[in-house]
Design a binder for this molecule. Structure first.
Ligand SMILES: Cc1cc2nc3c(=O)[nH]c(=O)nc-3n(C[C@H](O)[C@H](O)[C@H](O)COP(=O)(O)O)c2cc1C
Length: 184
């Protein structure tokens, strides 16, 4: 499939099961991300892979983060927090680690991380996997960022869930070029 066809047909998939990418495939996926456009080649990013039993460990961190802000969270809410990282065999957390630069504002550095995550998503799809970009409350939680190895100032741009698609794919929405694109 050409890159254009891949872009036209990409679709997120929320139900992701084993198998996830093997080591070689993961390296190809991460390499695709690390070739993302990046003003000044500042490399303002860190990517953390979470797989196997480490997903349960991250789930416990999510639960602890929930309890910090909602000490009276119900058992169902706690279960949901713990189970969240189990929704795919592999999660790649993409963090922006902003670099002070006179010509490259933070927004451009976040954009570079987003480009990298999107490239990882497309690379995953081209290897036959499904992906889903998620954020949610835990993406903004300092304790979660710290647990992932983030430093103060780092932020999660996305959790990219990667795995084998289960079930039917969603229909592709119609693209309305004229609504969002015009000539100057
Ligand atoms: C920065 C960012 C954060 C997102 N966070 C979530 C999220 O937390 N939960 C969710 O269901 N979808 C989230 N999405 C959207 C999905 O990944 C997906 O794009 C959306 O469901 C539309 O499906 P499609 O990609 O197949 O068109 C996020 C997308 C982006 C770019």
């Amino acid at each position: 499939m050409s890159v254009v066809d891949a872009l036209h047909n990409r679709n997120s998939h929320s139900k992701l099961i084993e198998p996830g990418p093997d080591r070689t495939q993961l390296e190809a996926i991460i390499t695709a991300g690390l070739r993302a456009p990046d003003h000044g080649r500042l490399r303002p990013w860190q990517f953390i892979g979470v797989e196997k039993e480490r997903r349960a460990a991250l789930g416990k961190t999510f639960e602890q983060a929930l309890l910090l802000t909602h000490p009276d969270a119900s058992a169902a809410e706690r279960d949901k927090a713990r189970a969240a990282p189990l929704r795919a065999p592999l999660i790649v957390a993409g963090l922006v680690r902003p670099v002070e630069h006179p010509k490259v504002p933070r927004v451009e550095q976040v954009a570079a991380v987003a480009c990298a995550l999107f490239a990882m998503s497309l690379a995953s799809e081209s290897l036959g996997f499904g992906t889903m970009w998620r954020t949610g409350r835990y993406a903004q939680d300092a304790s979660v960022i710290g647990d992932l190895g983030g430093r103060p100032g780092d932020e999660v741009v996305g959790f990219l869930y990667i795995g084998t698609r289960q079930g039917d794919t969603k229909p592709l929405p119609e693209v309305q070029i004229e609504t969002y694109f015009n000539y100057y």
